[in-house]
Design a protein around this ligand. Structure first.
Ligand code: TXA
Ligand code: MG
Length: 345
């Protein structure tokens, strides 16, 4: 795996684009998280993504497009409302699920008849997408992490995640991802019958979408397209994560300390917990918190604590993207607390 440091921007973008054209994998920065990219129209290249990530092959991938790309090449029956969302939010952290155009291989969509499309705003991602197949291609890219683990927000995280895996051709450097959590995913493929459906919350909130469409997106029903980002356990560190509201934070913390546990704390309010092996205090805006979230969880995951105790941020809609990721990181928390306390000394 070659690290492209962007000292010679255009040469490195060309190198990465030709690697993609040759069917190799390239990790690249986006404004949300780093992606692990492959030519979306090359089923062998797409298969490499599933192999390297350890991701089940029926989980669809998002196709990333250059700003000038022709969405009618990728999708069919595109509702006008989807085009309004594209004008409002692209380039940016919004993925739209649309009907897949027939000639686009089903592999990239995990066999579904829909396709996820997104146009990232990160300048390195845009340069790569404009160079790759002269801007006419699509780069399929899930987050550049092992299946179920925390998404990477720096090139260093990508290298830690995959070591020297020779199956990854190159990693493009692009600084720390600005947004820090994955894109909002909105299903517009059944718009005429179901309206917009929010499959994964993100920086672009339900309220932002309602601001453009005049209606709030619905929550997924049983027929909604499957999204691995919506599995109850995802985005998870190796260390068990336990969530507690501000009012219960100190009591919960003491319970674990009394049981002899090593507790790492991801705080939010100014409360200081003595005896924590490490405590990080997060920014108090949803944007600031999201930006720091994954690098902070990775840091706390590396200190060999018995658990990471997270103080829940506010439950308001602006925090939904952050709260969604924290809930998944802390999945099965009841079971985990019992287990941790059972084995306590
Ligand atoms: O911000 C992001 O979206 C990042 C960056 C790299 O762009 N990508 C990302 O990809 O988060 P991934 O694969 O980790 O998550 C993509 C999610 C998955 O939950 C997948 O199931 C869903 O998008 N998805 C993709 N295509 C879909 C489709 N046709 N129908 C339903 N869900 C789809
Ligand atoms: Mg992911």
């Amino acid at each position: 795996m070659t690290l492209l440091t962007m000292d010679d921007f255009s040469a490195e973008i060309r190198y990465a684009a030709s690697a993609l054209e040759a069917g190799d994998l390239v990790a690249f920065p986006t404004e949300t998280v780093y992606g692990l990219g492959a030519d979306a129209e090359n089923p062998e290249a797409v298969a490499k993504i599933y192999a390297v990530k350890g991701r089940p092959s029926d989980h669809p991938l998002i196709v990333h497009l250059a700003p000038e790309a022709d969405i009618f090449y990728w999708a069919s029956d595109i509702p006008d409302e989807a085009r309004s969302l594209i004008s409002a939010f692209w380039p940016g952290p919004l993925t739209l699920i649309l009907k897949r155009a027939e000639h686009i291989p089903a592999d990239v969509a995990g066999g579904q008849d829909t396709i996820g499309l997104r146009c990232p705003s990160h300048p390195v991602a845009q340069a790569l997408l404009r160079e790759f197949k002269r801007g006419k291609g699509g780069v399929a890219a899930p987050s550049a992490n092992k299946f179920g683990h925390i998404s990477p927000t720096t090139a260093q995280h990508v290298r830690e995640e995959f070591g020297d895996d020779a199956r990854i051709g190159a990693v493009l450097e692009g600084g720390q991802s600005e947004v820090g959590i994955e894109s909002t995913i909105l299903d517009m493929s059944r718009f005429h019958t179901h309206g917009p459906v929010l499959l994964r919350p993100g920086k672009i909130s339900a309220q932002d979408i309602a601001g453009v469409l005049g209606i709030y997106p619905a929550m997924p029903d049983s027929e909604a397209p499957r999204a691995s980002g919506t599995l109850s356990s995802h985005y998870a560190p190796r260390t068990p994560v336990v969530l507690a509201g501000t009012d219960m934070l100190r009591t919960t913390f003491r319970k674990f300390i009394r049981a002899g546990k090593l507790v790492a704390v991801l705080g939010y309010s100014p409360i200081i917990l003595q005896d924590a092996i490490i405590q990080l205090t997060m920014p108090n805006t949803p944007e600031g918190y999201a930006h720091e979230l994954y690098s902070s969880l990775r840091m706390l995951d590396d200190v060999w604590a018995d658990l990471i105790l997270v103080e829940s941020p506010p439950a308001t809609s602006a925090w939904e993207g952050v709260n969604d990721r924290l809930r998944r990181a802390a999945h099965d928390e009841g079971g985990k607390i019992d287990k941790l306390l059972e084995t306590g000394t």
